[in-house]
Design a protein around this ligand. Structure first.
Ligand SMILES: [Ca+2]
Length: 321
């Protein structure tokens, strides 16, 4: 079930009512739902600006039990995937259908004046390097407004989330790593895309397009993208989420300790009040060790920015009516 946050009966706030109304209108159109609630009560006109370009659309992820990691390191598996942890997520949650786009982040940056300290780890003609002139607006390659925003630190992501939550009267957050794992369909016995020859149908990965150009190795297929691709350019995963493999790594809530030791079994994140690095998932358009796998982990300082890193929103599911 696809829904917009605005359609979930969130708390409505007068200063953002017009925006919410617009988003509800677009959501209702998409879902053929009746237009109801706060907007009518407030006497606002519907549909004058049915532009939901800055809203995020969500999918409900149903609860499940699954194992994350392994007790014995297998082929293609990093040592950071040890040990096996039996996870049971008992409540549904919501995951944004796409990564946050440049267009969405631009609105945030313009409205808040949020400053991203210049500098980003970018791909140059000499390989990967810190470019002190690069930032999310200029990550070292051309992007469309529909591409995922990159060169955003975890702190930038949290600032966006706080702003978007206030705007929408919602409580957005990053997903925990276990939630990301479940949402990415990594609990399935085989990759959702089938074989390595098929992964290009489901994501922008290091591939034959990028091999020996922006990636040393590549999957044996062609997705047509050297750098990032517009979000939702490829087929969604079984949960209706786009780019859950490739395009850009995604920040999670979890503190990174280099293993799953002590990972909570209820799907909540591993936390540490003094956390030097946080976990990311999902791969990107460029190299990562081994074939692309949804289980592969990555870690970065919360202030690090890289041109292969983005994020997507998550939130708790609304209580059943
Ligand atoms: Ca590619």
């Amino acid at each position: 079930m696809s829904v917009f946050a605005k359609d979930l009966g969130m708390i409505f706030r007068p200063p953002i009512l017009n925006h919410i109304v617009n988003c509800m209108f677009a959501a209702a159109l998409a879902l053929s739902l009746p237009l109801i609630t706060a907007a009518n009560a407030a006497g606002e006109a519907f549909g004058e600006e049915a532009d939901c370009g800055t809203c995020s659309k969500f999918e409900m992820i149903e609860p499940d039990s699954f194992t994350m990691g392994a007790d014995v390191q297998g082929d293609q598996m990093g040592p950071d995937e040890l040990p096996a942890v039996a996870i049971t997520i008992v409540k549904p949650f919501m995951m944004a259908v796409t990564q946050v786009t440049r267009a969405q982040f631009s609105v945030f940056a313009e409205e808040t004046g949020h400053r991203t300290r210049l500098g980003c780890w970018t791909y140059t003609q000499y390989g990967w390097a810190q470019d002190e002139t690069a930032d999310w607006r200029d990550p070292g390659f051309d992007q469309s407004e529909s591409d995922p925003v990159v060169c955003v630190s975890r702190e930038d992501a949290l600032a966006y989330i706080a702003w978007a939550s206030e705007r929408d009267g919602a409580t957005y957050r990053l997903p925990s790593e276990a939630e990301w794992h479940l949402a990415s369909a990594a609990n399935l016995p085989t990759p959702f895309w089938g074989t390595r020859y098929d992964v290009c149908n489901f994501g922008n990965v290091p591939d034959l397009t990028s091999k020996n150009k922006t990636a040393k190795a590549g999957e044996p297929c062609d997705d047509g993208a050297l750098y990032t691709a517009p979000v939702a350019s490829y087929q969604p995963n079984p949960n209706g989420l786009f780019d859950m493999i490739g395009n850009a790594w995604e920040w999670t809530t979890d503190c990174w300790i280099g293993s799953y030791e002590g990972l909570p079994t209820d799907g909540s994140p591993l936390t540490d009040p003094v956390c030097a690095e946080y976990a990311l998932r999902g791969h990107s358009w460029t190299d990562a060790p081994g074939p692309v796998r949804p289980e592969t982990r990555y870690s970065l300082s919360p202030i690090a920015r890289q041109s292969m890193v983005s994020f997507r929103l998550a939130m708790d599911a609304p209580p059943p009516e």
